[in-house]
Each structure stands twice: as structure tokens, then as C-alpha cells.
Write a new protein. Structure first.
Length: 286
């Protein structure tokens, strides 16, 4: 019986992509566009600055004098599915030391959206249906795509109501998107059925200030399924640990092979990037 070398698989899918992250993360600080409104619509952002192939997202991180902002757009169906089942977590660390930043005591993490399995499944059913007919040119297909686009955003608007926050003193772990702290998060699917995400968080909650321009670290994490069971090809892993990896052989695929499906592996396991950012002042009046 052939047993898959799990360490090799883990290396192939999660460690090797990190090597190219240096070319796939934002290289320059940016002031947020003055017209930005945190509503999940990304028109004001123009072209997002970084195209991170490992996580299959485009993103821009930026700031004004009071807030840090993050805008993200997915690459397509599998990225949509991954986000729908586990949301996106932004981690801010005041440390730039790679040995310290991941577990620094002062880290702040913000996860959005926080949704249940039924809602995630409903979102995926609609976006899968959209991509199933996306290449068809008939008027009927276009009408179905428009209907699915409207339906998925209605579900998003009715369901994405909570933000999970860890590391901010005096703020509960779960807060409403209508909170009074100035923490804002929103999402929408574009006409092309790409997931679009916006977040704004006051600098004061992150231990940052526009008057002290020191570099800090940030991580963008796509969590994947968080409902207690994770699947890769046809194997079910009964664990709630988001960092788990397969430790036993995989069940055969339908054709009898035991080849890893990279799309399934990507969708069902966490992936992330780490990079550095320095706040930038508004020099437009100088």
C-alpha cells in the first residue's frame, strides 16, 4: 500500500509558495483614496497594489491619519469558497522580527465575516452556479448569472453582521458591524462574482500613530473551513485545529488514484502571508 509523504505535500503546497511572497506583497505604503467608503465596493481603489499568487488574492493596505485600511479581491471560485467558509483574518503585530511577530502578546487580529456553515454553503451554491454557466453566451445564461449575483449579495448583506476581534482591551470578541468603535468591515461580490472585502480599524486600537512612523508587521490569513471537519480530496479530518495537516494516507480518488487535488487542498486549508508596512503622512499640501 502506497502512503503519501505528508511532509512533502505540506512543503509543496504551503512552504514553497512563501518563498515567492516577497514579490507578491505590497511594496510601498499608500494613503487611502479620499473617496473610499467601507461598503465592499472597490471602485474607489483602482488597481489593487499586490497580487499574491499563493493566497490567490489582490490587496491594498493603506492608511489615513486615523485608520488602517485593507481592501481585498478574490481571484475566483476556489478563493471565494475558502473565504466563505472561514473568513479573512488581518493580524497586526508591532514587531517586525520574524521569530516574534506571529505570537507577540500585543498582536491584534480582526476576522470578517463570521458566519455559520449553512450561510457559507448557501453562498457557495450560488457562486458555483454562476461559474458553471459563466462561459455561456445565451441571454438565458446571462439572466441566471444576474440573478445569482443579486441573490448572493442579498445573502451577504443579510448575514455578514459580526466581526471577531482578539487583542483589543475593553472590546468584546464579537462585535456588530454597526459597532460604535469605528471598526468597519463590509463585503460584496462583484459582477464577475469575485469576492470584494474592505476593512477599516482605528490606529489607536493597534498601538499605532501617524506621529510615529515605525514599521510594523501584518498578516492576511484565509482561514478555510472552521466548522470542525476539513476535507482534502476524499479524506475527512476530524479536527478543529486550523493548522492541522494530514497525518495518514488519503482515501483513493474516484479513478482509483491517490493524487492530491491542489484546488481541494488550497480551499480546505489555511493560507497566509506576512509583510511589513509603515504608515504614511499626507503630503499633498506641502
Amino acid at each position: 500500500m502506497t502512503v503519501i509523504n505528508v511532509n512533502f505535500i505540506y512543503l509543496l503546497f504551503f512552504i514553497l509558495p512563501v518563498a515567492v511572497d516577497a514579490q507578491n506583497v505590497q511594496q510601498k505604503s499608500a494613503r487611502v483614496p479620499s473617496t473610499v467608503k467601507v461598503d465592499g465596493l472597490l471602485q474607489e481603489w483602482g488597481s489593487l497594489q499586490a497580487n499574491n499568487s499563493s493566497n490567490r488574492i489582490r490587496y491594498t493596505i493603506s492608511n489615513d491619519d486615523d485608520n488602517l485600511y485593507l481592501a481585498i479581491q478574490s481571484s475566483g471560485v476556489w478563493c471565494n469558497a475558502k473565504i466563505a467558509h472561514g473568513g479573512i483574518t488581518l493580524i497586526i503585530s508591532q514587531s517586525v522580527d520574524k521569530k516574534i511577530r506571529e505570537k507577540a502578546a500585543t498582536n491584534v487580529s480582526i476576522t470578517f465575516p463570521v458566519i455559520d456553515k449553512a450561510t457559507a454553503s448557501g453562498i457557495n451554491a450560488k457562486q458555483y452556479g454562476y461559474f458553471d454557466i459563466a462561459d455561456e453566451k445565451s441571454n438565458d445564461s446571462k439572466k441566471k448569472m444576474d440573478s445569482l449575483y443579486n441573490a448572493v449579495n442579498l445573502l451577504v448583506n443579510n448575514s455578514f453582521k459580526e466581526i471577531k476581534i482578539i487583542g483589543i482591551k475593553d472590546i468584546d470578541t464579537l462585535v456588530s458591524v454597526y459597532n460604535t468603535y469605528g471598526i468597519k468591515a463590509a463585503a460584496q461580490f462583484s459582477k464577475q462574482m469575485l469576492y470584494c472585502y474592505e476593512l477599516a480599524i482605528p490606529l489607536k486600537y493597534l498601538g499605532l500613530t501617524i506621529d510615529n512612523l515605525v514599521p510594523f508587521s501584518y498578516s492576511i490569513r484565509l482561514n478555510g473551513p472552521t466548522f470542525g471537519k476539513r476535507t482534502s480530496t476524499r479524506k475527512i479530518y476530524n479536527t478543529e485545529d486550523p493548522n492541522d495537516v494530514p497525518t495518514t494516507e488519503l482515501s483513493p480518488n474516484f479513478d482509483g488514484s491517490k493524487a492530491i487535488n491542489p484546488e481541494s487542498f488550497y480551499k480546505n486549508y489555511p493560507s497566509s502571508l506576512w509583510a511589513e508596512y509603515t504608515l504614511v503622512k499626507d503630503n499633498s499640501n506641502k
